[in-house]
Design a protein around this ligand. Structure first.
Ligand SMILES: [Zn+2]
Length: 124
């Protein structure tokens, strides 16, 4: 399911390429935090384990790595993604964007505001 957090994860992984320790499994974003300047975000990538109930855990604390992702990095990554795939970078082509989560309803989605639900890249 597409949402903006995936972009942070993707950019952080690219920045950490070749620097991640050996680990045979999935790496996912375990944490992110906006920095004071408002222009950059610290993204932590860690080996991820999905439990039987669908929850995720990041048990290998020693293997976690952090990368600083700037808004400029994200803009460049979005342009690159749209060029490569032709998909909308806001919703990753599924036309729906994640708007929040609640215990009653689970994940909530709404029509993507960037592509208006088409899932196609919008010329800027
Ligand atoms: Zn979209």
């Amino acid at each position: 399911m597409g949402n903006r957090l995936n972009i942070y994860e993707r950019v952080a992984k690219r920045k950490l390429e070749g620097k991640l320790p050996e680990y045979d499994g999935d790496w996912e974003m375990s944490m992110w935090e906006a920095l004071d300047d408002g222009e950059s975000i610290v993204v932590e990538i860690a080996p991820c384990v999905t439990l039987e109930n669908g929850d995720k855990e990041w048990p290998q604390e020693a293997l976690r790595r952090k990368a600083v992702v700037t808004l400029q990095d994200i803009r460049e990554d979005c342009l690159q993604y749209e060029k490569e795939t032709g998909n909308c970078s806001n919703c990753m082509g599924d036309g729906q964007m994640w708007t929040g989560w609640s215990a009653d309803e689970g994940n909530r989605h709404d029509t993507c505001i960037q592509c208006r639900g088409t899932g196609k890249a919008v010329a800027k």
